[in-house]
Design a protein around this ligand. Sequence first.
Ligand SMILES: C[S@@+](CC[C@H](N)C(=O)[O-])C[C@H]1O[C@@H](n2cnc3c(N)ncnc32)[C@H](O)[C@@H]1O
Length: 193
Amino acid sequence: MDSSREKDDYYPTPPDATKKMIDCCPWLLCNNNQTSYDVWEPACGEGHISEVLKDHSIKTYSTDLVDRGYGDLRNIDFLMEQKSLAPWIVTNPPYKLANEFVKHAYKLQEQSKDGEGFIFLLRLAFLEGQKRYEEIFQHTPPDTVLVHTKRLTLIRGDHESAWYGSGKTAMAWFVWKINRFKKDVDQPSIQWI
Ligand SMILES: C[S@@+](CC[C@H](N)C(=O)[O-])C[C@H]1O[C@@H](n2cnc3c(N)ncnc32)[C@H](O)[C@@H]1O
């Protein structure tokens, strides 16, 4: 077994993980106009998250840095984008760039008049770390952390494998809602899914 990480950090998200997230975020399916919010999946891979969102009738724009034959726009570096494509951004970002993705998503959604927030699948250990606390959590904590009670098996996207066996990685969905007008930020809540 090759223990190195996949070059572009391509680890597709098991569809069940996205289904559980949607179950906990029913408001995604019902905005003020009683329709679902549009979503941007900016690191879509082969569409494992996007397809589940679409199955729930959520209009989804999909982009990725790497062209894997999926998506509305190909070879788009999320970190270079200056405008958000949708009120919500949902992804499982590349592990190595997770901090940068969070900070950039916050900036884009805060600047966008329609920006509501973003939902990222991250390692549970993302909660740790002095530097991350200072850069992210101190000023812009998530609204909710949805902790997967079962560990997820994330398989390298360049390996021919199905999702099987016991999971290896403790993961959680982190939900950031943009608080434009609030000076004091609420403390995050935790749910187990
Ligand atoms: C962990 S995989 C997740 C794929 C997909 N979101 C899913 O959950 O199945 C991370 C993805 O981020 C993409 N990626 C890496 N750097 C990126 C960047 N700067 N901008 C956009 N996508 C990037 C990789 O090509 C890869 O498809």
